[in-house]
Ligand binder design. Structure first.
Ligand SMILES: Cc1ncc(COP(=O)(O)O)c(C=O)c1O
Length: 437
């Protein structure tokens, strides 16, 4: 469905003004190439371009990562400096300062920087709750949309991150369909950050928004934009290869102009094109990576559950959404920060508190489990288990009445070796939380 986007005020003022200066002769050479590209056999008299982006390999890779259930047109790809640059570019293209994007919370903290900071746009959290496993519901969507309107924010789009950082969960087909219908009905953009697409390590399988678009024939594809990168799926954050895949030609054109500020070098593009074209390598890499993530996820969840620490059931990503609500005397952000300080300063584990992800409920922490070797995981688990056990063994008999409502650990489930996790010479001090009780 093609729409006259300008007239409907779909894109930002930057996207629709002529400040880029593309009417200068400097850019005419590029346009000449675009309309008449050289090919040694098919078009030997065409214009020769140096340093062309290797978009075809990237398009094929995007299809592979999504189980070949959707196809990607290289002409709709714009490269940028990581997903970070991709997100900012899309925000610049779609919204003016003061306009807003709805985003389900908890959400990736750097969206505040990438989507909002330099563009002057706003993020409006859609509150998702633990009672519902943080699932995105239509009613939560409607509530956030209405709230934004009441606050005078013009909602330009909905931003989702699937699989989710920090939750490690994937959106199911039904939710994605609801999202597409909602954004179509409201006539707002849908921006899908799918940077963790290939990190799905167990059922259910990943469903990309691109699959839904191929099924939902009546939806307006012009409203949909995918953010992607090789930082997570190929473990190449230092390469700064980010991708905007927009179904909207006007957005592609604007993002391409803006990409001057965050180009991926031609050398890097060439390198990744040859790497991604090696199908056997890509296939083995993705399979092996998912297998290792599944193993690591099991080690961490089992290790934590042995001391009564649970986490949100997850099937993707590089992290776990750990539930430490039981370790807090009260459900406040202050209590969460106290617990976080104890963990970082004394247990010496760098986990991130839920408040950093705009989580509406205190007591959730993101644990990244993929950035260390097996031995270090063992040390980290030992420390956190010791921390929990210390709180029980030392303090519960004395202050049982205080903890009993909050720390519902099953003592009978603790095995002997867990008790020995806290060696007599443990470097771990007692929790300041306990002292504060
Ligand atoms: C959800 C999400 N989007 C985007 C990014 C940024 O990725 P990049 O390194 O490609 O800029 C990250 C990195 O952690 C992320 O988790």
């Amino acid at each position: 469905m093609e729409l006259s986007l300008n007239s409907q005020n779909f894109l930002s003022k930057i996207a629709t003004n002529d400040g880029h200066g593309e009417n200068s002769p400097y850019f005419d050479g590029w346009k000449a190439y675009d309309s008449n590209p050289f090919h040694p056999i098919n078009n030997p008299d065409g214009v020769i371009q140096m340093g062309l982006a290797e978009n075809q390999a990237v398009a094929n890779f995007m299809g592979r990562v999504r189980g070949h259930k959707a196809t990607f047109d290289p002409d709709h790809i714009v490269m940028s400096g990581g997903a970070t640059g991709a997100a900012e570019t899309i925000s610049f293209c779609l919204a003016d300062p003061g306009d807003g994007f709805l985003v389900p919370s908890p959400y990736y903290p750097a969206f505040d920087r990438d989507i909002r900071w330099r563009t002057g746009t706003k993020l409006v959290p859609i509150i998702c709750e633990s009672s519902n496993n943080f699932i995105l519901t239509l009613s939560a969507l409607e509530t956030a949309y209405n709230r934004a309107q009441e606050e005078g924010i013009k909602v330009k789009g909905l931003l989702i991150n699937n699989p989710s950082n920090p939750l490690g969960t994937t959106l199911d087909r039904k939710t994605l369909t609801t999202i597409v219908q909602f954004t179509n009905e409201k006539n707002i953009h849908l921006v899908c950050d799918e940077i963790y697409a290939a990190t799905v390590f167990s059922q259910p399988d990943f469903v990309s928004i691109s699959e839904i678009l191929e099924e939902e024939v009546n939806c307006n594809k012009n409203l949909v934009h995918i953010l992607y990168s090789l930082s997570k799926d190929m473990g190449l954050p230092g390469f700064r290869v980010g991708i905007i895949y927009s179904y909207n030609k006007q957005v592609v054109s604007c993002a391409r102009k803006m990409s001057s500020f965050g180009l991926v070098s031609t050398q890097t593009q060439h390198l990744i094109a040859s790497m991604l074209s090696d199908n056997d390598f890509v296939e083995r890499f993705i399979e092996e990576s998912a297998r290792r993530l599944a193993t690591r996820h099991n080690v961490i969840t089992n290790g934590l559950s042995q001391v009564g620490i649970g986490s949100l059931k997850s099937n993707a990503g590089l992290f776990l959404w750990m539930d430490l609500r039981r370790l807090m005397k009260e459900s406040t952000e202050e209590a969460e920060m106290n617990l976080w300080r104890a963990i970082i300063n004394e247990v010496k584990l760098n986990v991130s508190p839920g408040s950093a992800f705009h989580c509406s409920e205190p007591g959730w922490f993101r644990v990244c489990f993929a950035n260390m070797d097996d031995e270090t995981v063992g040390v980290a688990l030992k420390r956190i288990r010791a921390f929990v056990l210390q709180n029980i063994e030392v303090e519960v008999p004395i202050k049982k009445h205080r903890w009993s409502n909050n720390l519902r650990l099953s003592f009978s489930s603790l095995k002997c070796e867990d008790a020995t996790m806290t060696p007599p010479h443990s470097p771990l001090p007692h929790s300041p939380l306990v002292r504060a009780v």
